[in-house]
Design a protein around this ligand. Structure first.
Ligand code: CUA
Length: 337
């Protein structure tokens, strides 16, 4: 009886320390900032509490028994023989079963709740491709490479891919969805906190996978309306330095820089530094001048002229860029002397 009381106190202390530990050193990347994420975190927190308790129960009791019931000096007798304990075995089967089924029940309820359509949802169509994301807002006829959304409004993301399987994931929103070519998958999110986040591709999709990100801005509703209005305002085509700056931004948001460097170093694809106006040697042995036409063609039809020393791996998805975007990209490459 003395042993049971003492071991119980030890288990309680270790379990309490572990539970405090999970609060002091959180295992998740920052607090959840979506309704769905808060549900995930609540469930995760309770699972950690139970795991902490059962870890303490098993490990502390084992270590306690090893120390308290060790063979003492001069003790040559046999240990006490036990042939099972039915009530105990029933108990340690039934209790974990009830706990696990309870968690499964809560998880199923949450999962169902997360996928429930809400009235007045904001629809955002997400197109993933190697190695970037594009966002289309059908209710507003707006296209963007940055994901701007209002806080507090339920959003349904309709997600697809142009080439291979990617995944749409904002870590602070917790839940993610696959982007699969030829089909649309839904993901429902209600952001609860204004701030800057990042969409990350969470499916290994090729050389540029780790660079496949897009900026996310969760805005106050009025700021979101202003952003939509700004997107819809007619834009006068940029020229000169503004066009170069636009091209640089596009190179980042479209994933170009995942494979092309701007400092002359070799990467998956040819560097852009000093490319414009240079003679490029192709795999056919032919030399071509890297002028605006060559750069334009190499973006929209990358397989046509392969530079010697490189593989034909650039995705063809950039043919969907607008002429204005292509001009900006070429102007940016031209500026990298
Ligand atoms: Cu797209 Cu990883």
């Amino acid at each position: 009886m003395k042993h049971i009381a003492f071991a119980s106190i030890l288990v309680a202390i270790v379990a309490a320390l572990l539970i405090v530990g999970t609060r002091v050193f959180p295992l998740l990347p920052g607090p959840a900032t979506s309704t769905q994420g808060l549900m995930v975190d609540a469930l995760f927190r309770w699972e950690m509490y139970f795991i902490a308790f059962f870890f303490a129960l098993v490990v502390v009791v084992t270590l306690y028994a090893i120390v308290a019931f060790r063979r003492r000096l001069g003790d040559t007798g046999e240990g006490h023989f036990t042939r099972g304990n039915m009530p105990l075995e029933v108990l340690w089967t039934v209790i974990p079963f009830i706990i696990l089924m309870s968690f499964a029940g809560v998880a199923a309820y949450d999962l169902n709740k997360m996928g429930e359509p809400a009235p007045d949802e904001l629809i955002v169509e997400v197109t993933a491709f190697q190695f970037a994301f594009k966002f289309h807002y059908p209710q507003y006829s707006v296209d963007s490479t940055e994901l701007d959304v209002p806080v507090g409004r339920p959003i349904v993301f309709r997600i697809t891919s142009l080439d291979v399987v990617h995944a749409f994931w904002v870590p602070e929103w917790r839940v993610q969805q696959d982007a699969v070519p030829g089909t649309w998958n839904d993901l429902r999110i209600t952001p609860v906190q204004v701030g800057d986040y990042t969409v990350r591709c969470n499916e290994l999709c090729g050389d540029g996978h780790s660079f496949m990100t897009a900026p996310v801005k969760v805005l106050a509703p009025a700021d979101f309306d202003a952003w939509v209005a700004a997107q819809k305002a007619p834009v006068t085509p940029a020229t000169g330095a503004a066009l170069v700056a636009q091209g640089q931004k596009l190179a980042q948001s479209s994933g170009c820089l995942a494979c092309h460097t701007t400092d002359g170093s070799k990467s998956v694809g040819p560097t852009w530094k000093g490319l414009y106006g240079s003679e490029v040697k192709l795999t056919t042995g032919q030399n071509v001048l890297a002028d605006a036409t060559y750069l334009h063609n190499s973006i929209v039809n990358p397989g046509a002229q392969i530079v010697a020393g490189f593989q034909n791996i650039m995705p063809a998805s950039y043919s969907t860029l607008s002429d204005a975007d292509l001009n900006a990209l070429v102007a940016y490459i031209e500026s990298l002397k």
